[in-house]
Design a protein around this ligand. Structure first.
Ligand code: TRP
Length: 348
């Protein structure tokens, strides 16, 4: 089985829950923006995944718009890429059902994210939470996407997606051949894993990932934070008493220093070594001033564009509608082929 006959196509998505932060921006969105220059891209707001844990409907609607505004403000271009919310493209749910019947229980039982999210009270987790990775596979395969930029924590779900694609291709090989799909119907999508340099940690604890669910708002820089708030949070960020090291190796076992230098490097598009050439040997107070400055310069415009968009929900809804239309143009014929392959009778 090869994937070479498939045109390169990027798909990725984020959940529509809460506000996005610097970790989402540096780890994911900045990369997604870059990929638009070289690939056909689809960027989804996965509202159907969001309801695997209960969401207040009013807040969900707001979150969908807010994540969309963050996408666009960060530089995802609706005239280049399809930007849409999952629930407006019914093929995701439709394909997920078929893939439910391809994937095996044993495969899902190995998913570590479910175990983490369900915690001790597994019996009380939603069936949707358990089935989450199948819907994710459908998101990707509905477009024959070949490249999927994701965080490290999603690698296992990508492997599952490849297993499902492969099993579908095998189980239906004969039917596929009869219909003229010689090389296998689904591509085996490649994860594009974000690098360690773009892994942003909490400002209060350099050993924990920056997270929207952290109780302390000081632990993260939200994409919606204004310049003063950004500067204040950096000022208050946890550090250690030593001056900054002059070389990258000196960041070992200094998680807070490593994180702040990493954030500077990612914002400046430079290496950590380069940043330390400039700031190594100096005090954190000087470095923090410079960091606040570059953060405000880079995030400030994203923040004001986000605010502008959020003040105009009709414009956001128009972007999502147009994105969904474009996404369906790709997914609908693929879903029709799937129906033919599995033997569903189509009478119109
Ligand atoms: N599960 C992903 C996350 O939590 C979000 C997601 C849903 C996704 N569907 C996807 C990512 C398809 C990539 C491709 O980060």
């Amino acid at each position: 089985m090869t994937t070479k006959k498939f045109k390169p196509r990027v798909f990725s998505g984020m959940q529509a829950t809460g506000n996005l932060h610097l970790g989402n921006y540096l780890g994911a969105l900045k990369r997604w923006v870059e990929m638009q220059a070289t690939h056909e891209c689809l960027y989804c707001i996965v509202d159907m995944h969001a309801i695997t844990t209960w969401q207040d409907p009013k807040e969900l609607r707001e979150s969908i718009r807010s994540v969309t505004a963050a996408y666009v403000a960060a530089g995802l271009d609706p005239s280049k890429s399809a930007i849409f919310n999952q629930s407006q493209v019914p093929e995701h749910a439709e394909l997920a059902w078929v893939l439910n019947c391809v994937a095996r229980l044993g495969w899902l039982n190995r998913m570590t994210q479910f175990k983490e999210k369900a915690g001790k009270d597994r019996e009380n987790a939603s069936v949707g939470l358990y089935d989450y990775p199948i819907l994710m596979a459908a998101d990707i395969l509905a477009y024959h996407a070949t490249h999927v930029p994701v965080g490290d924590d999603q690698k296992q779900h990508l492997e599952l997606t490849r297993d499902i694609a492969q099993k579908f291709n095998n189980d239906y090989a004969e039917s596929m051949r009869a219909l003229g799909f010689e090389d296998g119907f689904f591509p085996l999508p490649e994860p594009v894993i974000e690098g360690p340099a773009t892994r942003v940690m909490s400002l209060r604890d350099g050993t924990k990932k920056m997270s929207k669910s952290d109780a302390s708002d000081l632990s993260r820089i939200n994409m919606i934070d204004d310049a003063d708030t950004i500067a204040k949070k950096i000022q208050k960020a946890k550090t250690d008493p030593e001056p900054l090291p002059t070389e990258e190796a000196g960041l070992n076992n200094r998680p807070e220093a490593d994180n702040l230098v990493g954030i500077y490097a990612a914002l400046a598009d430079a290496s950590k070594g380069k940043v330390l050439q400039e700031f190594g040997g100096g005090q954190f107070s000087t470095f923090k001033k410079a960091l606040a400055e570059i953060a405000v310069t880079k995030i400030g415009p994203v923040n004001s564009e986000m605010r502008r968009l959020l003040a105009d929900p009709e414009e956001i809804d128009r972007i999502l509608g147009e994105g969904a239309r474009r996404a369906r143009e790709i997914a609908a014929p693929i879903m029709s082929d799937v129906k033919d392959i599995v033997g569903f009778l189509r009478t119109s």
